[in-house]
Design a protein around this ligand. Structure first.
Ligand SMILES: [Zn+2]
Length: 263
């Protein structure tokens, strides 16, 4: 089986990265408008400070932000570095997904998954919510694409969604009973079901492991630095997103190494 990278080479990967930059621009719009309940299609992009419309030539991913010195052309209000960062990260992720995906349906699934994780992380960080419009759409899309995938089956996608959603729901339920406080929200549960729909049951377990581990480390570090206490709420979606993307890229090679340990 010839992979996309074998067919299109570096040109394909760079093109995927450029598309990723452009889509990253749209992810900024999603991350800004979805939590505020605004329409994601109209009106066009505008400066959050003065409301001036953003010209097409000032809307070039990363480049425009650098060119304008991180400020609005009209009112000179600073524009957060988060916007070009999001575009750049999405571009890099898309280029990397291209290197990994064997065929078009896997590429489509991979870039959707990476972008969904990135957007959810950005929204969770700012608003502590994980919108259904991303997680539920992701579950449906992940299962649908598994029918066309060369690397995963619909059975694994369904099982992954059930293990992800069901397993985390159980943990959340038990935690609430035992600790007497809410540890995780339903948003986390739906997000993990989405991760399962794309990565299957093993990938979902790796994601939970990576997210819990990194979340605990950050929590401990925050307490050690006097920046928080044990009651502090961490945006768990951010860690799920990072864990999910890590499991997407490194899950299979890690698993192969692990299996090689057992003759
Ligand atoms: Zn402005």
């Amino acid at each position: 089986m010839t992979t996309l990278f074998e067919t299109y080479g570096a040109f394909g990967s760079v093109s995927a990265g450029l598309f990723g930059l452009i889509v990253g621009s749209f992810l900024n719009v999603l991350a800004h408008r979805l939590p505020r309940g605004e329409s994601v299609v109209s009106p066009g992009s505008h400066c959050p400070a003065c409301g001036a419309g953003i010209l097409a030539r000032d809307n070039i991913p990363v480049v425009s932000w650098l060119f304008l010195g991180g400020r609005c052309r009209t009112c000179r209000a600073p524009i957060s570095a988060r916007y070009p960062m999001m575009e750049l990260t999405n571009g890099v992720l898309w280029a990397l997904v291209f290197l990994k995906a064997p065929q078009w349906p896997d590429l489509l699934g991979g870039v959707f998954f990476a972008s969904a994780c990135l957007t959810l992380a950005a929204i969770d960080l700012e608003f502590q919510i994980l919108p259904d419009r991303i997680t539920l759409t992701g579950i449906a899309f992940g299962i649908l694409l598994s029918f066309f995938s060369k690397t995963r089956s619909p059975g694994s996608a369904l099982l992954g969604a059930v293990v992800g959603g069901g397993g985390l729901f159980l943990i959340a339920f038990l935690y609430e009973k035992i600790a007497g406080q809410e540890g995780m929200g339903l948003g986390d549960v739906k997000m993990l079901a989405m991760v399962g729909a794309f990565l299957g049951p093993v990938g979902v377990l790796m994601t939970v492991l990576a997210a819990s581990l990194s979340g605990s480390l950050v929590g401990i570090a925050a307490i050690a630095l006097g920046r928080g206490d044990r009651k502090m709420r961490l945006p768990f979606g951010v860690f799920l997103a990072a864990g999910g993307v890590a499991a997407y890229f490194f899950g299979d090679p890690l698993l192969a190494r692990y299996r090689a340990l057992w003759p």
